[in-house]
Design a binder for this molecule. Structure first.
Ligand SMILES: [Zn+2]
Length: 154
């Protein structure tokens, strides 16, 4: 998770920041403040405690710091639940014989695409990388694996 720092700047269209208590997105147009009240949970949150991206699952640290966290009500969590359901559909379909498949090929393509797009959006490592490297997305991971695979067969 990335927090707001003193070097965080807001582009002209505003910047989204996320309440560490309730994950609510707030748009700010400048950072000339030391604390801001969340309009959803009404807590006053100090600038360095605001997050720069929404969290899908709370980290261990967060659950200890905010035991009252109602993160299951957050739509990011609900999207994760949907993604898991879509993956289950795909897994069941993969186990079927070609003759017994439920989905027509076009529907299957759409399913694969939605899973891939949602995964890219939701699958990130919430724990900070020790080396400070940017988190790698699922599609980057797949691209790297594919490249490796191609190198092997050269
Ligand atoms: Zn809040």
């Amino acid at each position: 998770m990335t927090n707001v720092t003193n070097s965080t700047r807001s582009p002209s269209g505003g910047k989204s920041i996320y309440c560490p208590h309730c994950n609510t997105r707030v748009t700010v147009y400048h950072f000339a403040w030391t604390a801001l009240q969340c309009h959803q949970c009404l807590r006053t949150v100090n600038k360095p405690d605001w997050y720069l991206e929404a969290y899908v699952k709370p980290t261990m640290e967060q659950t200890q710091k905010y035991p009252e966290l109602t993160w299951t009500k957050n739509e990011y969590h609900q999207l994760q639940v949907c993604l898991d359901a879509l993956k289950n559909i795909r897994n069941r379909e993969d186990r079927r014989h070609q003759m017994d498949e439920h989905l027509d090929p076009h529907t299957r393509d759409v399913l694969d695409e939605v899973i891939s797009m949602l995964s890219d959006e939701l699958d990130y490592d919430p724990t900070p990388n020790e080396l400070g490297e940017p988190p790698i997305t699922a599609s980057e991971m797949h691209a790297a694996a594919w490249k490796e695979h191609q190198e092997m067969h050269r």
